[in-house]
Design a protein around this ligand. Structure first.
Ligand SMILES: Cc1cc2nc3c(=O)[nH]c(=O)nc-3n(C[C@H](O)[C@H](O)[C@H](O)COP(=O)(O)OP(=O)(O)OC[C@H]3O[C@@H](n4cnc5c(N)ncnc54)[C@H](O)[C@@H]3O)c2cc1C
Length: 377
């Protein structure tokens, strides 16, 4: 198999390597004398790796193009975030387990690793570890409804940050070695900035474009097209990109921003989102179709984000595109862009819809394919 390391791979590998080298520096005497208990070593490493992966998980979902560079687009970053989050939680569990085994092997009460009140200092890190393991089990075991998971999700980042502070201030390996302490402080600061930006600052300081709704058209019983034009500066984007949509005044618009792929061509000034009704927010979007023609509506678009675009695969001249249901939206943009991109590729587009009535973009696709610069089947 041909393994090509990505930027994400190098980022994770470098972070863990620095953490491990500094941990070895902190334990150099006992490592040289081979007197470090393997259980203690595993407990320390699992704790420090958990910290490192948790910070990377927080950084991965920062909605910024700088972070997209490392994580290969926000859509990909969200997938990596899930893996990093799971790794951080498992390592946290490993830390507790190895610490317990280490204490037991020394004939010391395991309560010191498991009960917050067992030692003379109140161990907030143990409370945090339990809270994280519980939330992790609820989330990854899929026992929570998606809405509840979203609500608790922010708490996980905050808990990790609280856990790092409380674990690092204890008289342990981090405290004992200045370079390791500095590294953990750097990680902590990066994670905190990422968390605060994501939770509080993104709406005000993120890449926001104000658009005005031109038309909202119901394409069938549950798909609505929102066509909008910029009121100030126009968003420049690649075909296949997505944005976060905020409609001021909509219920829940301050709590959560909803992602939608752009379904129009970047060549056009007017930007289109095609949204399928599946829940509270998209139900409200559908009501925009009943606005009177003279009623205007301002919309905020945050973005563009994502790396799901043919531009990222420039050397590949033959491509297979597969879309299903409303998942056709990024391909609508790509195919529309083919009308004038003066590039030639051989593309096979496969599109599945539940019924002919659900294939509402069929004609549009056919029209654009007929005028495309590439050969599309
Ligand atoms: C990158 C990206 C691009 C997208 N592009 C489009 C697009 O072009 N057009 C379009 O119609 N939709 C698109 N979506 C999906 C769209 O964001 C959601 O359908 C919308 O946010 C749902 O909001 P809601 O409040 O209406 O529904 P909700 O009430 O949030 O959800 C409705 C139902 O779906 C479940 N659900 C919602 N999101 C998830 C999830 N992530 N994981 C598991 N279950 C979930 C909920 O539990 C609920 O049962 C895209 C999503 C992403 C991530």
């Amino acid at each position: 198999m041909n393994f090509r390391p990505t930027r994400f791979f190098w980022l994770v590998a470098t972070t863990l390597l620095i953490t491990t080298v500094l941990w070895a520096g902190a334990n150099q005497d006992s490592l040289l004398r081979a007197s470090l208990s393997p259980w203690r070593a595993l407990a320390q490493l699992a704790g420090l790796w958990s910290t490192s992966t948790a910070i990377l998980a927080l950084l991965s979902i920062v909605r910024s193009s700088a972070m997209e560079f490392f994580f290969g687009g926000l859509d990909q970053a969200v997938r990596l975030h899930r893996k990093l989050g799971l790794a951080a939680l498992l390592l946290q569990g490993g830390h507790v387990l190895f610490m317990t085994i280490f204490l037991a092997s020394r004939g010391v009460s395991v309560a010191l690793a498991l009960v917050p009140e067992a030692s003379n200092v109140r161990r907030l890190d143990i409370v945090v570890a339990y809270a994280l393991l519980l939330l992790g089990a609820l989330a990854y075991g899929r026992w929570l409804r998606h809405e509840w998971w979203l609500r608790l999700h922010r708490l996980i980042g905050l808990l990790f940050l609280a856990g790092i502070v409380s674990a690092s201030t204890l008289n342990g390996v981090t405290q004992a070695f200045e370079p390791l302490r500095t590294w953990v402080v750097i990680l902590f600061l990066l994670g905190s900035v990422a968390w605060i930006y994501q939770a509080f600052l993104f709406r005000a300081y993120g890449p926001r474009f104000r658009y005005q709704l031109v038309t909202a058209t119901l394409r069938n019983h549950d798909i609505v097209d929102l066509l909008m034009r910029p009121t100030d500066k126009r968003m420049m984007y690649l075909p296949g990109a997505f944005v976060f949509l905020r409609v001021p005044g909509f219920k829940g618009s301050n709590r959560e921003l909803h992602p939608f792929s752009i379904s129009s061509s970047p060549n056009e000034r007017e930007l289109r989102l095609s949204c399928r009704r599946v829940g509270d927010y998209t139900e409200q979007l559908a009501t925009l179709a009943s606005l009177a023609p003279n009623q205007t509506r301002d919309l905020d678009l945050y973005g563009p984000f994502g790396a799901f675009t043919p531009h990222h695969y420039a050397p590949y001249r033959r491509m297979i595109w597969i879309g299903a249901g409303i998942g056709i939206t990024p391909f609508l943009s790509m195919v529309a862009f083919e009308r004038g991109n003066q590039d030639f590729r051989r593309i096979w587009l496969y599109y599945a819809a539940r019924s002919p009535e659900d294939a509402v973009y069929d004609q549009e696709l056919k029209d654009n394919i007929a005028r495309a610069d590439s050969l599309i089947d």
